[in-house]
Design a protein. Sequence first.
Length: 392
Amino acid sequence: MAADDEVKSQPATSNASSGTKRKRAGPKFYAVKNGRKPGVYSNWNDCQAQVSGFKNAIHQSFSTAAEAHEFIKPKEIVSVNKGDDTKVSKFYAVQNGHVPGVYTDWASCQEQTVGFHAAKHKAFDTRAEAEEFAKAGRAQGGAIQGVSVYSESPTDGADAASNKGHAAKKQRKSPKSAEPTGDWEPGDGPLPEDAEDGFDPNIMMDPETGAVKHKTEGQKLAKKKMPTGESKGGVLKIYTDGSSLGNGKKGAIAGVGVFFGPLDERNVSTALAGPRQTNQRAELTAIQRALDLAPLDRDVEILTDSDYSIKCLTTWITSWKKKDWKTAAGKPVENRDLIEAIDGRIEERKKLGRKTEFKWVKGHAENPGNKAADELAVQGARMAMAEAKKEP
């Protein structure tokens, strides 16, 4: 890399009005129905890793976890026949949820309460008690639909024996504010005082099996990343990076990384397209993707560790244009297609009175933004390499 000087493009001056600002959406859940590892993911990067390059991938985003799980759940006819209650170990009554009613397995009950504000549910040993609890919500004027949903439960073998043993356990009564302890099954105990919107902070869903389990002490103390959002004005800072595994060698594979912020849906981690898998093309492509995704009504600052990219777009390009895209040696300019595309974006923003500036940052120097962009680029390259190995 060259010196640590900051390199910026000349801001354009125009009185054109800006476009409409986009509003930030709330948290989303990404359901992968067909991909490398089907399931529900809380951020786009994890979802993208399962569908990128996967043939016939099926995925969709939802505003609630329940909708996401419903999307990936195999569609089948649900039996509404009460059946033999002696084979049901426990009845789960949902008084306030997506679809209030009585359920005979915890998973079905959980689908109706996860993501539902002020969800209210309780487990009972008999159907009569459960139905009475569910109907009470309707009597109190709550949003109860007055329906009962019955799902089949295991009736033989080890599963039946397990259910029987589970039913024999005596539930310990304790104040609602107490933390679940003792013989409570995960998800069955009373909620602690710090539970929010019906979620117990001491339990979690196993991403492998979908079962509810208690969190470890480390998981309880871990800090959760949240989207940082954007300020309503000012310069939008975007970190970009490119990575080429085996750069300059035969069989090199490159990736592109763009980092807007933690859990930002616009973050990019993908393989570099085309036969020329060089680090320079990956760096330029990352800048192009950043400007494609950035709102046109914001001033933008691209932060990159590629001194080559910055000089291409702010210094050398002036001379190249005058010489019909020839270098001082009279040779065609390399990566002209990418440089021209980016320059077009910059000119487009200038016409709207918006600035596009570039700042060089030292690579691999523990800069959080640059480090995140680098990780996204490396991940994109590795996914492409894994796909290449699968090809015959």
